[in-house]
Design a protein around this ligand. Structure first.
Ligand SMILES: Cc1ncc(COP(=O)(O)O)c(C=O)c1O
Length: 496
């Protein structure tokens, strides 16, 4: 009897809500302070060894209490986590988040809604957000749409639909049983999530064609058509082309209307990876860059990159809604729709992506879009593009620096080349060292890539907190670190 009563008193809810409430308010206040002052912290800091050791603690068996957890977070996590929310972060391609997005995330956490499509208002919020996504990108209201974890999953979902659409009724049995050899095409600059998706989809590397680019890093249309013809002659079924709206390395956009024409002529699927570049469509000034994207069969874009929704949130749009559902629709007696009540589902989101149980991602998007208004996102993108042009201008004006690629959008690739001529091998190592020094000093966080065998310091500007002065700091620091390292290295050589 006593044991039964004790068991019944177990819950994860606070025994006394008042101290939890007080602490929760403090947490929120401190996180707002953190965001307000983020420019005053280093852009990155190494996690010290004692913190690394502390973070390897064994699974706690006994409760430590929220107060202690908060203290651990403040000492062990917070100081070493500044990265993409910092004004001088331009690494990889990451968004900066927003206060409104953070609060939306908090509200979603409190609701803890499993956003599978149950008959609750949250499902209507998600349907609304999906409609906003279609309208932002110029896709018809009848198209399929899903919120997913990000661009990688959006590419996977779109390519699954493409594969099944090309296989037709044979798709049910799988690629192998169909006996068909499908081939997909995209430029060598295509993000690695595309070949990765093809691998997961049973197409594999034998069905992926990396097409060379021209000097602007755009897909070479002549080579593409030649490769399609060669595959047809060799018994392949050219199934789809992946067009880039903003490549990860340099921000190049392929000739999307030309790709569309090829796919229409050859009975292929056109997928556009617009992970960040698609956001150009929100600006009347930038929209011409991605012209034709709105006519693709499918489009992947991220909400957590250039739209600054907190991680994670991506979107996939597929023109033919039934083609979208095909790979993901499986019967389940436990999921049939009821006439009324929570089981009267307006939609089953699991029919549009791999997951059944899902986060209520749509809420943070809904909160952020309503709070900010959509017009600001196009203006923010324009500002970042202007900053990229400014940075490129500063690089070009410095004889010791060198631009390594055109700057058609928001990505600048450059290197330090020093006061006297040096070979690529030497410059590659020198620039690797410069980049790491810049990051380790907490000055700024661009990232890197390799372009035609040259190591590039790469700034992908999807940051609403950056100001021109931040790019001056970057250029001045690269010059000063570069000069110091170049002197050291020539000294080493003399001594050596
Ligand atoms: C062009 C492009 N496609 C796809 C992706 C993958 O997106 P995610 O990181 O959201 O999965 C990225 C990421 O940077 C990207 O730049």
């Amino acid at each position: 009897m006593t044991a039964a009563v004790e068991r019944e008193s177990l819950t994860l809810d606070p025994a006394d809500w008042a101290p939890t409430r007080a602490l929760a308010h403090r947490m929120l206040d401190e996180m707002l302070d953190r965001l307000e002052g983020i420019g005053q912290t280093p852009a990155w800091r190494e996690t010290p060894s004692e913190v690394v050791a502390a973070l390897a603690e064994p699974l706690p068996g006994d409760p430590q209490g929220l107060e202690r957890v908060w203290e651990d977070f403040r000492r062990q996590v917070l100081p070493y986590s500044a990265l993409n929310i910092h004004p001088r972060f331009w690494g990889w391609v990451m968004g900066s988040g927003s206060v409104e997005g953070m609060l939306g995330e908090m509200l979603a956490g409190a609701l803890n809604l499993n956003a599978g499509g149950a008959n609750v208002a949250g499902t209507l919020v998600e349907l609304q957000v999906l409609q906003w996504c279609r309208s932002m990108m110029g896709f018809p209201a009848s198209s399929g749409a899903a919120l997913v974890t990000g661009g990688s999953t959006a590419n996977l979902v779109a390519l699954a639909a493409a594969r099944d659409a090309i296989l037709g009724p044979e798709a049910e049995q799988g690629v192998q049983a169909s006996g068909r050899r499908l081939s997909f095409y995209g430029s060598v600059e295509t993000h690695n999530s595309v070949p990765k998706a093809l691998r997961m989809l049973g197409i594999g590397s034998s069905g992926w064609r990396a097409v060379p680019t021209d000097s602007d890093f755009q897909i070479d249309l002549g080579r593409l058509q030649q490769m399609i013809a060669e595959d047809q002659a060799a018994g392949y079924r050219p199934a789809g082309i992946i067009g880039n709206a903003g490549t990860v390395n340099t921000g190049a956009t392929d000739d999307l209307p030309a790709l569309l024409a090829i796919t229409r002529r050859e009975g292929m699927w056109l997928h556009v990876d617009g992970a960040f570049g698609a956001i150009a469509a929100l600006s009347p000034a930038l929209r011409p860059i991605v012209r034709g994207m709105e006519q693709a069969d499918s489009l992947a874009f991220d909400l957590h990159k250039w739209l600054h929704v907190p991680y994670d949130a991506g979107c996939v749009l597929i023109r033919d809604r039934e083609a979208h559902r095909a790979p993901f629709t499986q019967p389940g007696s436990y999921l049939t729709r009821m006439d009324r009540g929570p089981g009267a589902m307006p939609v089953l989101f699991g029919e549009f992506a791999p997951e059944l149980s899902r986060a209520f991602r749509a809420l943070k998007v809904w909160v952020a879009f309503k709070a900010h208004g959509s017009a600001i996102y196009g203006r923010l993108a324009e500002e970042n593009v202007a900053q990229a042009a400014y940075l490129a201008g500063r690089v070009s004006a410095e004889p010791e620096l060198e631009l390594l690629a055109p700057v058609p959008l928001n990505i600048v690739c450059f290197r330090y080349r020093g006061p006297r001529p040096a070979g690529d091998e030497e410059l590659n190592e020198l620039n690797r060292q410069i980049l790491m020094q810049l990051q380790c000093d907490g000055i700024a966080v661009p990232s890197h890539t390799a372009l035609n065998g040259r190591f590039a310091i790469r700034a992908a500007i999807t940051n609403h907190r950056s100001r021109r002065a931040d790019f001056d700091i970057l250029v001045d620091a690269v010059l000063s670190i570069g000069r110091k390292l170049a002197v050291q290295r020539s000294g080493d050589r003399v001594i050596g």
